[in-house]
Design a protein around this ligand. Sequence first.
Ligand code: SAM
Ligand code: SF4
Ligand code: FES
Length: 335
Amino acid sequence: MSDISRWEELFLQGRLDELSAAAMDLTRTHFGDSVFLRGLLEYSNHCSSNCLYCGIRRDNSRVERYRLDDRMIYAAVDSGFSRGLRTFVLQGGEDPEFGTDRMCRIVREIKKRTGGMAAVTLSCGILSREDYAALKSAGADRYLLRFETSDPELHRNLRDGVSLERRLKALDDLRNLGFQTGSGFMVGLPGEDDELVLRNIRLARELELDMIGIGPFIPHPQTPLAESPQVPLEKTLLATAMLRITCPKAHIPATTAAGSLEPDGRERMLRCGANVLMPNISPVEVKPHYMLYPGKICLDEDGLHCIGCLAGRVALVGRKLDFDRADGRVIHERA
Ligand code: SAM
Ligand code: SF4
Ligand code: FES
């Protein structure tokens, strides 16, 4: 039996203690006690896509839609930068108002304002190779695009007709253009079993990702998946530990969805090999409108307040916040 199939056996048996112990050994070997920070900025909740699982999908007419203007984006970056953040993640729906020219301008301006010291990560969905190339030339360093599930049929259904193949092609384009590339999946989508979670983990490994973001799927009441059962956080924890074991050098965030499902969800992900946290630095007035799922945390807190809160939380699990911009190592080894 290969090493990985032994871990996969333990995963199928739900042996979290053994998996998390091995995952934590690897986390300490590669990252020490550090937990890296990324400032998350949700610039728009308009979306032309209609993914079945997502609270801000096009057909949810009950969402109050917003777009940050460029000045609001820069103000959030400026205050995050002065607080020490060195990575900014710009995430939004697939919003035509934030076309490539505008995003390039924003990326260039962030680079300028931060003296080139901050990394810019984009998470704006599927775009053409030409658009990604323009964003790279403007200075974007990283891109996050989850594949969501490795099952082609489930992917097509949940993403309203978009094929998994198209998504993987976008990830391929990003990698070939030199982006530090992140992807990942939700755990507990309807129709998923443990074997499929393992296939997701294998796909994440095959993609040689710099960053792997996973989190529990949390059914949103205003979506077609409202009645889906909530899968317990334990499944996400098992998957986190497996990812650390199979992709030891990847950056793995302890995601907000985990903290929204369970009050100590992020800390539990950190104990299973996660090494990144993403405080939400969006203006407080728009936070309640970026509701991908119900129960999202930190809606009333300024992102800078969250940094203080996170420092306390990581200390409780024997770690420390690290403000280094922490570029992906996988890409450098590939180069
Ligand atoms: N629009 C871009 C995209 O789809 O790649 C970026 C923003 S999208 C809202 C970010 C991520 O939110 C998705 O990749 C998905 O995994 C996650 N998400 C959406 N709905 C969710 C839900 N109900 N529960 C948990 N995560 C969810
Ligand atoms: Fe739009 Fe992304 Fe939500 Fe899909 S997951 S509806 S692309 S914001
Ligand atoms: Fe936002 Fe604790 S991390 S209030």
